[in-house]
Structures are given as structure tokens and as C-alpha cells.
Design a protein around this ligand. Structure first.
Ligand code: ADP
Ligand code: MG
Length: 265
């Protein structure tokens, strides 16, 4: 059975793209066949994994408008993943999709055609709650919300959770919200902890463990065209490996996901 996980938050800069690239590479290193889907017209995922969006013949845009099959568009990455790339053309798919009946199901139908070839699909949602994110959430069976541990991180979380709940009611009753993933986490300050405790109280949202620490390795990795897993051993890569291990145990054996207690000693 193929697992499809969407990484969504309409806020930009919270590490959605970084999470898809790093978690995907960690899962691939654990012998999983991983497809990562770039659903953002900014194409940062595509670019950060060494493919120039300006030199790509066909992308997820062509798949969504029905002019290409997924299998003709995918690219390989140096981390052993398969990438369904994006280009700026995708910005136009949004308007086109709006005109179609069943528009929320377009990505799901496309991914179904390659499901037998993959164990896990990760979807990098754009920073909006528009029709592309609705396609991502409708195609997924679970969703993780990366949360940057800074003041006002909770702003917009309520709206995102309402969108998830609408998707569960209307287009995808099987969608499960796994929780918030703390990103850009600074263990040395109490501030990050206070932000997480606040979000978890306010929305009753599980906070997943381990938090992803802030480290410059991520910027170095995306500049190099590979994920952070390809870099020398570092705490950012270790955190994503631990999360990957947990997700696999959860999916394969039903082990509950560990949660993070901000005030645990
Ligand atoms: P989003 O997709 O939500 O917009 P990105 O994944 O593009 O966010 O991350 C935004 C920026 O933060 C990028 O420059 C990325 O390299 C950086 N970044 C992401 N995670 C970390 C981290 N744990 N530590 C330091 N920088 C990070
Ligand atoms: Mg992004």
C-alpha cells in the first residue's frame, strides 16, 4: 500500500520544502521507493534537488492539465528519490483547474497511475490554501504541518486546520492529521518551547518529535543540489532520519508517533 503524506502550511518559510527533500531522502535511504511532488509554482523543491525549472520540458503542470502522464514527466534525484517537478507554468494551472468539475481530485487521479511503483509519496504544498493545496490534501492519506518556532507561528494555523477539516468532510474522509512538526527549533531558548506549548494548547494539535534544529547545513545543502542527508553527519539530518524511522514504524507496525513535550527535562 502506498502512503501519501502532504506537507502543508500556507505560511512560507516554515520548512515545507526542506522537510519534503530531507524526509524523502531519509526514507529513500531506508530502502523505500519515494516519489516527491513539487506542487509549488516557485519550484524550490525542484531547484534545490539540482534540476533547473527553466530547463525542464514537462512538469506537474502538464500532468494537471492532462497533457502528460506522470511517468513521462518524473526525474531522478541524486538522493535516490523520484521527483515530479514543478515550473512557473504551474501558476497558470490554478486558474485552469478552477474551471473543472472535480478539480480537487486531479492530482489524486494522476498519482494513482504510478502508485504501484512507489512505497511513499510526499507532497510539497505551496504557501496558500488555494486549489493546488486542496489537490495535495485530497491526494494524501496524511498531513504534517511544519511550524517554525517563532512568535506568531500560530497565526493561520486555525485557518489551515479548518481547511483540513473541510477536506475531510468533502473530498477526502480518509485524511489524517498527524500533527505539527517543530522546525528551525532552537533548544537553547525557552522561546521555542513556549511557542510550541501555546500552539498545542490552543489547537489540541499533537507536536511531533524530534523537533528539527536550526542549522546552517540546510542552506548549504540546497545550494549544492542535494538534500541535507548527503552532507556530512549533522543534527539536522539526524532529526529527519529519526522522523523517517518513526513514520515507517507507524505505517508498517501501527506504532504511535512520538510527541514532543516542550517542558520535559
Ligand atoms: P517553505 O517551503 O515552507 O517556504 P523552506 O523549506 O523553503 O520553507 O525553508 C525556508 C528557508 O529556511 C530555506 O532557506 C531553508 O534552507 C531554511 N531552513 C529550513 N529548515 C531549516 C533548519 N532546520 N535550519 C536552518 N535553516 C532552515
Ligand atoms: Mg516551499
Amino acid at each position: 500500500m502506498t502512503r501519501v503524506l502532504a506537507i502543508a502550511n500556507q505560511k512560507g518559510g516554515v520548512a515545507k520544502t526542506t522537510t519534503v527533500a530531507s524526509l524523502g531522502a531519509a526514507l529513500a535511504s531506508m530502502q523505500q521507493r519515494v516519489l516527491i511532488v513539487d506542487l509549488d509554482p516557485q519550484a524550490c523543491l525542484t531547484f534545490s534537488l539540482g534540476h533547473d525549472p527553466d530547463n525542464i520540458d514537462a512538469s506537474v503542470h502538464d500532468v494537471l492539465v492532462g497533457s502528460q502522464k506522470v511517468s513521462n514527466v518524473v526525474l531522478e534525484t541524486s538522493d535516490g528519490m523520484t521527483l515530479l517537478p514543478s515550473t512557473i507554468d504551474l501558476a497558470g494551472a490554478e486558474a485552469m483547474l478552477l474551471m473543472r468539475p472535480g478539480r480537487e481530485f486531479t492530482l489524486r487521479r494522476a498519482l494513482d497511475t504510478v502508485a504501484p511503483e512507489f512505497d511513499i509519496m510526499l507532497i510539497d504544498c505551496p504557501p496558500s490554501l488555494g486549489v493546488l493545496t486542496l489537490n495535495g490534501l485530497t491526494a494524501a492519506d496524511s498531513v504534517i504541518v511544519p511550524l517554525q518556532c517563532e512568535t506568531l507561528a500560530h497565526r493561520g494555523v486555525g485557518q489551515l486546520l479548518r481547511t483540513v477539516s473541510e477536506v475531510q468532510q468533502i473530498t477526502n474522509p480518509d485524511l489524517s492529521l498527524l500533527g505539527a512538526l517543530p522546525t528551525l527549533y532552537d533548544a537553547r531558548t525557552t522561546h521555542s518551547r513556549d511557542v510550541l506549548a501555546d500552539v498545542s494548547d490552543r489547537y489540541g494539535l499533537p507536536v511531533l518529535a524530534p523537533p528539527i534544529p536550526r542549522t546552517v547545513k540546510f542552506a548549504e545543502a540546497s545550494a549544492s543540489g542535494a538534500s541535507i542527508l548527503a552532507a556530512r553527519r549533522n543534527k539536522g539530518a539526524d532529526a529527519y532520519r529519526a522522523l523517517a524511522r518513526q513514520l515507517l514504524d507507524h505505517w508498517q507496525q501501527g506504532t504511535p508517533l512520538a510527541t514532543f513535550d516542550p517542558y520535559a527535562k
